[in-house]
Design a protein around this ligand. Structure first.
Ligand code: HEM
Length: 89
């Protein structure tokens, strides 16, 4: 949603998401390929599905860098295209 807050129990937040900030590879994989199944974000269990977004690797890197540095999130290590390329389903 506008401030990355998600919808509790349905769409996990991106703002202040412990999952996003601590599971870099898994988060890249989710943005690249979509994801489904059980997922715990900030202590709340989600069990839903995110469809693949259909982005190129460079776009996945851009989106990751945006979400890692928005709504109070901050990450000093930039996500590169090489890093996205290396992640497979
Ligand atoms: C640029 C757009 C998007 C980004 C960057 C994004 C990113 C993420 C990330 C990083 C997660 C992992 C959990 C977390 O840290 O919150 C996640 C999970 C999820 N996303 Fe997205 N997402 C996007 C678009 C969407 C859309 C359009 C939908 C729904 C139509 C969606 C539905 C979900 C759901 C339901 C989950 C949890 C899946 C589960 O329970 O296994 N996302 N998303």
């Amino acid at each position: 949603m506008a401030y990355g807050e998600g919808v509790a129990y349905t769409f996990p937040p991106l703002a202040n998401s412990d999952y996003l900030l601590q599971n870099r590879k898994e988060s890249i994989r989710g943005v690249k390929f979509g994801r489904q199944g059980e997922l715990i974000v900030n202590g709340i269990t989600y069990n839903n599905a995110m469809t693949p977004l259909g982005l190129e690797d460079e776009e996945v890197a851009d989106v990751m860098n945006y979400i890692l540095n928005s709504w109070g999130n901050s990450s000093s290590k930039i996500v590169t295209v090489d890093e996205v390329e290396a992640i497979t389903e």
